[in-house]
Design a protein around this ligand. Structure first.
Ligand SMILES: C[S@@+](CC[C@H](N)C(=O)[O-])C[C@H]1O[C@@H](n2cnc3c(N)ncnc32)[C@H](O)[C@@H]1O
Length: 206
């Protein structure tokens, strides 16, 4: 599936009817999701691999991985409503995905090759993004993760990668747009930069 086709397919998936600001429940924009998934596909991290989408929300990344030929896909989120919509979205496109309701900090599983995630940026709850990143690196040998592109975040993630002895193989700056959806939003669209990271653990499995 070409990148543009994937972006259009993901864009059509249903959104959360009542997103929570505290859980930072905004969907990954279709173009950003397609860029992450295509990069992962090109690196051999999707096809015939077991993929986990942490904080899967309504399922964009998980469903995209299934459409690109993943062997098995697991989507994890704390919110049952998001998971219900994700399951409906997956059924509509014929994607076979296991949906699990769990706090990311407690999620355990073996045999995952690649984690793909758009974690909360930690704007509402400080450190939420790093909680996701630490869990992702425990679960899989390769992690694709989106983070707000700020000098502070870049320095922090680079420092943590050193401490954890993992390698940032790629960092790609992308535009990220979210529509007005929370009470405190005063503009129609919010535009900012995010960094897409690919991180590898030294003992990368499979
Ligand atoms: C920025 S949204 C990303 C949604 C989805 N991945 C997408 O691409 O559209 C972050 C997601 O993380 C979930 N989340 C936040 N805190 C969580 C936690 N502690 N455990 C599991 N999921 C969590 C939210 O419910 C939300 O769906």
């Amino acid at each position: 599936m070409r990148k543009k086709q994937l972006e259009i397919a993901l864009q059509k998936l249903a959104a959360h009817p009542s997103p929570s600001a505290e859980l930072e429940q905004y969907m990954t924009p279709g173009d950003v999701a397609a860029t992450l998934l295509h990069m992962a596909y090109a690196r051999g991290d999707i096809a015939r691999r077991t993929i986990c989408d942490l904080g899967c929300g309504t399922g964009r990344l998980a469903i995209g991985a299934a459409l690109l030929g993943a062997k098995k896909v697991i989507g994890v989120d704390i919110d049952p409503i998001a998971l219900k919509i994700a399951a409906r979205n997956a059924r509509r496109v014929g994607a076979n995905i296991t949906w699990i309701r769990c706090d990311v900090g407690k999620f355990e599983s073996s045999g995952i090759n690649t984690v793909i995630q758009n974690p909360p940026f930690g704007v509402q709850r400080r450190g939420a993004d790093m909680k996701f990143l630490h869990r992702a690196l425990k679960l899989a040998g390769v992690v694709y993760s989106l983070h707000k592109a700020t000098p502070r975040n870049r320095a922090f993630i680079a420092k943590r990668a050193k401490e954890l002895d993992v390698k940032i193989t790629d960092r790609l700056e992308l535009d990220f747009r979210i529509p007005r959806q929370f009470e405190f939003h005063t503009r129609d669209t919010y535009k900012f930069k995010v960094d897409l990271y690919r991180i590898e653990r030294g003992d990368k499995n499979g």
